[in-house]
Design a binder for this molecule. Structure first.
Ligand code: SF4
Length: 269
């Protein structure tokens, strides 16, 4: 269970501290594998839903090979597109979303381009994108951040898990609610590195099961990590007055190998 949520005025400071600690461990990544051209990024991001990066990239590679231009892609039969992107999973639903989104974009703008969103403020740009088939807040925010350079904050399952454990979002928050509540509090210029570093932390350290709290750079600011550390701390036997300590080798306390007499259980007085 995540610790208490500390929202309000403390949130910007806490996010800044999290970002600083992650940057010290992982650096400050400025970009990722996402396409920059907005419509292609939209296609790639729809393909990335509910699959791994490797499967997404395989599916996208096959799609580009089979349909090199957006015109060719938009003219594809659903069954052809499904076949091309099968390795990415949920091929039927994703093909439907891609073809539906391309049709809407062409219908409304006269061409396969989202450039008309440039210069539009973030909320209406997001509102338009989320009106497209298969596009939720996460997909829209990826486009807004990586293709349009807007301060949107995409939250995926890794970021949701980590920020819940950090007590930055409520335990019941959805991907969309977490994204919208964190976004305005992320520091200027921090949206890209914080997004990418939280994902990396979630994959490598703050895993769904058995998070590696003892080597986590966020432990000093993480209620869940502190709770886990306390729960797993070795229990030491109380010393009787006048008797020497048993089972201690170096006279230090709290070491990982420091098992007290009685198998780590308190000795009855
Ligand atoms: Fe996750 Fe533990 Fe790090 Fe907290 S201290 S962010 S629970 S790995």
């Amino acid at each position: 269970m995540a610790g208490a949520v500390r929202g309000g005025p403390g949130l910007p400071g806490r996010l800044r501290e999290v970002s600083r600690r992650l940057a010290r461990r992982f650096g400050r990544p400025g970009t990722c594998g996402h396409e920059i051209e907005p419509v292609r990024n939209l296609v790639l991001t729809i393909l990335s839903q509910n699959t791994t990066d490797a499967n997404r990239d395989r599916a996208y590679g096959q799609l580009v090979k089979r349909f090199p231009t957006l015109h060719a892609l938009a003219a594809a039969r659903p069954s052809e597109l499904e076949e091309a992107i099968r390795t990415g999973g949920l091929a039927k639903a994703k093909a439907k979303s891609i073809l539906g989104a391309l049709a809407r974009i062409r219908e409304e703008g006269g061409r396969y381009s989202l450039d008309f969103l440039r210069g539009i403020p973030l909320p209406p740009a997001r509102e338009y994108l989320t009106s497209l088939p298969g596009v939720g807040v996460k997909t829209a925010n990826i486009l807004l951040l990586f293709s349009f350079g807007l301060p949107a904050f995409p939250v995926d399952t890794h970021i949701l898990r980590v920020t819940k454990r950090l007590g930055l979002v409520p335990a019941a928050a959805t991907l969309a609610k977490a994204a919208l509540s964190l976004e305005p509090h992320v520091g200027t210029g921090d949206h890209v590195p914080l997004h990418l570093n939280l994902i990396r932390l979630g994959r490598e350290v703050c895993r769904p099961r058995n998070p590696l709290c003892t080597v986590c750079p966020l432990l000093p600011v993480c209620p869940e990590g502190k709770r886990r550390k306390k729960a797993h701390a070795p229990v030491r036997a109380p010393r009787r007055r006048g008797t020497p300590a048993v089972g201690r080798t170096g006279g230090t306390t709290g070491g990982s190998g420091g098992v007290a007499a009685g198998g780590g259980r308190p000795t009855p007085g």
